[in-house]
Design a protein. Structure first.
Length: 211
């Protein structure tokens, strides 16, 4: 089936931002507001091709940041350049710290389809040992057409195991310190995907308190 014909989980802006004060640009901590519960209570499904053009709705995306609580290192990976290895062409050849994807109808039977989708994405995209998850916060970016139809639920994935790329969508993946990550993305030909740019500052400033 064409990916644009698949049903994906969406939530209306009216439900997500039910008060003017709830609207934000960038990153918002889960401790400040619980958007996760609003989505679970008010989601529905829509064809992805329609959802990508409908700015009255947001497509929630579980976005996992993998962190080793002992070493304080974060998983970073580079997405594949070749189109045959990666279907989301807007993210090809970019560096990223987050793992996630659209929430398909196959997760509908689960009590928490956001978390179930996140676990599925992790199993597909990385090789990882035991881990724990918790909601860290949210990403909202209404400054471009892609961001206006997506909403990130940022999960912290805590593990002391080694982490490796699990499929052809990544050409490199490794646990790195913040200093090493900054060195990587400072290269002239390096581009960090937008959501990772939004998340990295909060994560670095608050890591000692949240792990």
């Amino acid at each position: 089936m064409d990916k644009m014909e698949k049903d994906v989980l969406v939530v209306s802006r009216e439900i997500l931002f039910d008060a003017e004060k709830d609207k934000f640009q960038g990153f918002k901590a889960h401790s400040d507001i619980d958007f996760h519960s609003r989505i679970i209570k008010g989601f529905k499904y829509m064809k992805r091709g329609i959802a990508e053009e409908d700015e009255t709705h947001k497509q929630p995306i579980g976005y996992a940041l993998i962190v080793n609580p002992k070493t304080k290192k974060v998983y970073i990976y580079k997405r594949a350049m070749a189109g045959k290895n990666y279907t989301e062409k807007r993210l090809q050849n970019k560096w990223s710290m987050g793992i996630g994807g659209h929430i398909d109808r196959e997760e509908e039977k689960e009590a928490n389809p956001i978390h179930s989708s996140l676990l599925r994405e992790l199993s597909e995209e990385v090789k990882i040992g035991q881990f724990q998850t918790k909601v860290l916060g949210y990403i909202n970016d209404d400054e471009d057409s892609v961001g206006r139809v997506h909403f990130g639920i940022v999960y912290l994935v805590l593990t002391e195991s080694d982490v490796f790329p699990g499929d052809a969508e990544s050409v490199f993946g490794e646990m790195k310190s913040f200093e090493e990550i900054k060195e990587i993305i400072s290269a002239e030909d390096a581009t960090l995907e937008n959501w990772s740019e939004i998340a990295i500052d909060f994560l670095e400033k608050n890591l000692s308190e949240i792990v």
